[in-house]
Design a binder for this molecule. Structure first.
Ligand code: FAD
Length: 498
């Protein structure tokens, strides 16, 4: 029998992060990695995380998972974006779509022309020039086509799915491709006496699992990256003070299913509402310095738009991340590597990004510093950019109705965000970066949605004659409205696909 020279990968944790990692490694690099996952029924999984980003589609496709099977197994609905209510000011709302606004004209972004005409005349809000926004607002959905230059395809979509069903679905996929699972709780961790690398984990029943590379997917416990490697924690709670959430499902109301997640600003944080096919997920993310747990639970239950299906669950967290996600031969993925609140549904994306980078930097025979440093630099960049984008949602507000909003409105923000906001205010330009989430349309959505209106715009947007520009904008607006009116109702589309 031939010797098995593959890297022995031990995944600690069987939540969404653990099973996404195991499924990806077992499917995509079966010749390089031998995957063994350990999960503890005694500890369980966090079991929240229902709203996702469009990137998850690429993950599902790359792993050869059938979209319809995945959606049926997780009671998923389609998601065109997030509706934000009461963030800029009470009574205001906007949709942050997965898609663009208008089309560039003579190489200049559409929003520059919109800003000009909005200053000069009464024109429709910028959302009326986004197919994703218009379809979401009308509760319509159809998968976009393949031609990216066609306005009818100028949007993307993600899923809203039952978090408790995603990991078991992936487990079946991973096990079918050779991943081995052990049920048990890790009691101790053995390390190499000289280099400090982890050599094995020992479970409470005494069984011992050796490995070459250990992936810490143990959730907030951060068993290996925190507990064993003692990697420092970079705390961001001074910018993102929400540190708790209460979550509870309720029955779906009669009528349609919104193809979007809703985030409603509350006196001490914000509340999510995520419609699935069989129920609605609800939660209140709040800062415990400004609100008691009991008040948060009462508010959540009182605000639900359907019969509660379970008692609210309390979750505690801290905003921040490990200084490094990959230390020695331990690599943290998921909540073990850091936490950014789910305001823009970014956690599962961060899991996916870490897995992609792990595969890119997967050790050839042994772990090298180059692989580790490359991985850590990319993960850091992703976290930092998402952090700034989340802080914007709090800081760009005119709300002064509660101590919480007064705090976030007036707090000092990271220099990197202050620079981005100054650039926008002066020139209507969005800072560009090569890697990371949230490109120009996302920043435009939040800036304009929350009343951060720039002083100027690209001077080239002043060149076209106003009447010609209006004709082009009207044609665009009418084209979007006509396309949306031809799209099926989201609930009907889901029913037809089932
Ligand atoms: P967990 O699900 O906690 O899994 C940890 C695993 O480690 C479990 O299997 C556990 O049993 C195991 N384990 C721990 N200790 C041991 C041990 N000693 N021995 C053996 N096994 C052990 N993300 C999104 O993308 N969208 C959202 O809308 C969203 N909403 C969220 C809302 C809230 C309030 C919170 C807190 C998070 C949200 N997230 C969201 C994040 C999302 O839930 C997580 O990123 C995702 O579930 C991955 O979690 P995990 O697998 O890292 O951790």
């Amino acid at each position: 029998m031939e010797a098995d020279h593959r890297i022995r990968v031990v995944v600690v944790g069987g939540g969404t992060a653990g099973w996404m990692t195991a499924a990806a490694l077992a499917t995509l690099i079966p010749g390089a990695a031998r995957v063994h996952l350990v999960e503890s029924a005694e500890i369980g999984i966090v079991g929240v995380g229902e709203a996702t980003l469009p990137h998850l589609r690429a993950f599902v496709t790359r792993l050869g998972i059938d979209e319809a099977a995945f959606m049926a197994a997780t009671n998923a609905t389609f998601k065109l974006g997030i509706e934000f209510r009461d963030f800029g000011a009470i009574g205001e709302r906007y949709i942050h779509p997965f898609g663009t606004y208008g089309r560039p004209l003579a190489g200049v972004g559409f929003h520059h022309y919109w800003l000009r005409r909005d200053r000069e005349a009464t024109i429709p809000p910028i959302g009326a020039f986004s197919l994703g926004v218009a379809a979401a607002a009308d509760h319509r959905f159809a998968r976009p086509g393949d031609d990216p230059d066609d306005l009818a395809n100028s949007y993307g979509y993600a899923y809203q799915c039952d978090a408790t069903r995603f990991a078991p679905f992936l487990r079946a996929h991973a096990e079918a491709r050779g991943a081995v699972r052990t049920e048990g709780t890790v009691a101790t961790v053995e390390r190499h006496p000289e280099n400090g690398d982890v050599t094995a984990i020992v479970l409470t029943d005494g069984s011992r699992i050796e490995g070459d590379l250990f992936i810490d997917c143990s959730g907030f416990r951060a068993l290996l990256i925190g507990g064993t490697m003692d990697e420092a924690w970079e705390d961001w709670s001074h910018w993102l003070p929400c540190d708790r959430a209460v979550a509870a499902p309720c029955a779906s109301p009669e009528g349609g299913i919104e193809p979007y997640t809703r985030a409603t600003a509350m006196p001490a944080g914000w509340r999510w509402r995520i419609p699935l096919t069989h129920r609605v997920g609800n939660g209140y993310v709040y800062a415990s310095a400004f609100l008691s747990d009991t008040d948060a639970m009462d508010t959540l239950v009182g605000s639900m738009e359907g019969r509660p299906l379970a008692d609210p669950r309390l979750l505690r967290f801290r905003a921040g991340r490990r200084r490094r996600s990959w230390v020695g031969n331990v690599l943290a993925v998921g909540l073990a590597s850091g936490f950014l609140e789910p305001l823009e549904s970014t956690s599962i994306y961060l899991v996916q990004m870490a897995i992609t980078q792990l595969i890119e930097h997967f050790p050839n025979i042994r772990v090298t510093n180059t692989d580790r440093d490359g991985f850590n630099a990319l993960v850091d960049g992703e976290y930092d950019r998402i952090r700034d984008f989340l802080i914007l949602h709090y800081h760009a507000t005119r709300r002064d109705d509660s101590p919480f909003w007064n705090h976030v409105r007036t707090m000092a923000i990271p220099a990197s965000l202050a620079e981005k906001m100054a650039l926008w205010r002066q020139t209507a330009q969005v800072s560009q970066y090569r890697h990371g989430l949230f490109l120009e349309p996302s920043w435009i959505a939040v800036y304009l949605g929350q009343g951060v209106v720039p002083e100027g715009w690209d001077p080239r947007a002043d060149l076209p004659d106003a009447a010609a520009l209006d004709r082009a904008m009207t044609a665009l607006h009418d084209g979007i409205a006509a396309t949306v009116s031809g799209m099926p109702d989201h609930a009907a589309y889901l029913a037809a696909a089932a």
